[in-house]
Ligand binder design. Structure first.
Ligand code: NDP
Length: 399
């Protein structure tokens, strides 16, 4: 039986913690630590209805010494970082010092520069290896399941994959004129960056949200899918070296984009501090404070997500195409966990990744991405834990 320490009590952690608690045949102990005590207490009480030991703590996850003390106190088998990408590096550092497995759902970032690159975490490989433990990076839906989908398709249906497209569509409606489905600061930073994709051995950049395709999607209809950069492109290109092109698309509605463009035009999405009444404030952080808390969207959101990976390549000399996708209903997710589908589709894979590590199905010492492991047990657990997937062998392709 394993002990998991979850850091964070936001939307994703709300799902991740309850899923760990539901998986009490693997996890006997769950420790939930975050910076706001009332939120920790709430999440602990949600998880206490399951037959495992659940405890709560407060911690500043940017303070390595405090994290080391917390880990030493409870000696978890794995630390699941479900806080923010700003906390990835300090939590990794604490895991190295305490020789504890580590997992996160998004690549590390620093506050004053929107980056999204795995490099800052891959450099920890030697130190994790020396400590004899694993850091498993990017285990949400995208990144996370999208890479597992790609590796599953490659393993079972292709000799070589040449073209890869990821389509992340959210058909959910929360009724607000403008709100983000997860942490607004992280979300808006990634959307307002230039779009970037991989083609013929090079990374190509286009202005943010300047290219889209309309794609017909099961259950949610045709959606405008905008080309964006997303971190799993970096790991997919590394671990599927024969790829000739890899792109990521996300759906946005006209209303959302109109608001975003105005906010951008007036400087509200900037990460550079400005002086306001004698003290520095970061416009994007202020915007986060006035936007609806993503956790509050749960009871209002109706509709489904539809996230897919399309592969094109060759098997036995024949050209092949394949699409694998999951659809998740926002209201179903809310009924089960009190959080909407975006959080659900991130928290479930995080629990699955932790399960595969603590049960020794995915092993290794060092820093790893999900592409480096057998996708089959992960795919089985997705079906078992609420994120069933479907396949199509004649998908519509994007030029
Ligand atoms: P939220 O903003 O809802 O939650 C973040 C949590 O982190 C809060 O509980 C917050 O505490 C806690 N936190 C922040 N700073 C600290 C700190 N210094 N010390 C301790 N705790 C801290 O975010 P989400 O749940 O929406 O997102 C969580 C993560 O999931 C993010 O990294 C996000 O990028 C990632 N994500 C990944 C996706 C994927 O598919 N791979 C999709 C969606 C999200 P407090 O409550 O006090 O603010």
């Amino acid at each position: 039986m394993a002990k998991a320490l979850i850091i964070g009590t936001g939307a994703v952690a709300t799902v991740g913690a309850q899923k760990v608690a539901q998986n009490y045949k693997v996890f006997s102990h769950l420790i939930i630590a975050s910076r706001t005590k009332t939120k920790v207490d709430d999440l602990v009480s949600r998880c206490q209805k399951y037959p495992l030991q659940v405890m709560g703590e407060t911690v500043d996850a940017e303070n390595v010494d405090a994290l080391v003390k917390l880990i030493q106190k409870y000696q978890p088998d794995i630390v699941m970082n479900l806080a923010l990408p700003y906390q990835n590096l300090p939590i990794m550092e604490a895991c190295i010092q305490t020789k504890t497995h580590y997992l996160d759902t998004a690549c590390a970032e620093v506050r004053d520069h929107a980056g999204f690159e795995y490099g800052t975490q891959w450099v920890y490989h030697g130190r994790f290896k020396k400590a004899g433990v694993m850091a498993l990076l990017g285990v949400g839906f995208d990144p996370g399941v999208t890479s597992v989908f790609a590796m599953y398709g490659k393993k079972h249906y292709f000799d070589e994959v040449h073209y890869l497209d990821i389509l992340d569509a959210n058909g959910g409606d929360h009724g607000y004129p403008f709100a983000t489905n997860f942490n607004p600061e992280i979300n808006i930073r990634e959307i307002t960056m230039p779009g970037r994709y991989y083609e013929a051995g090079q990374w190509k950049a286009i202005p943010a949200l300047s290219q889209f395709h309309t794609y017909p999607l099961e259950e949610i209809g045709p959606r405008d899918m905008y080309l964006m950069y997303h971190e799993e492109l970096e790991s997919l290109v590394k671990f599927i070296p024969e790829l000739k092109r890899a792109r990521f698309y996300m759906s946005f509605g006209e209303k959302y984009l109109r608001h975003l463009r105005v906010l951008e035009a007036v400087g509200m999405t900037s990460t550079q501090p400005i002086m306001y009444e004698g003290r520095p404030i970061v416009p994007l952080q202020f915007l986060k404070a006035v936007l609806p808390d993503p956790a509050s969207l749960g009871p209002r959101t109706k509709g489904k997500t539809n996230i897919s990976v399309i592969l094109r390549g060759y098997k036995d000399g024949q050209e092949k195409a394949y699409r694998v996708f999951n659809m998740m209903d926002h209201e179903e997710a809310y009924q089960e966990t009190g959080a909407q589908a975006i959080a659900y589709t991130t928290g479930v894979p995080a629990m699955i990744g932790a399960t595969l590590v603590v049960t020794g199905q995915w092993t290794g010492a060092g820093v790893f991405n999900v592409e480096q492991f057998n996708p089959d047990p992960f795919m089985d657990l997705l079906n078992q834990w609420g994120l069933p997937w479907k396949e199509s062998f004649d998908p519509k392709l994007i030029d």
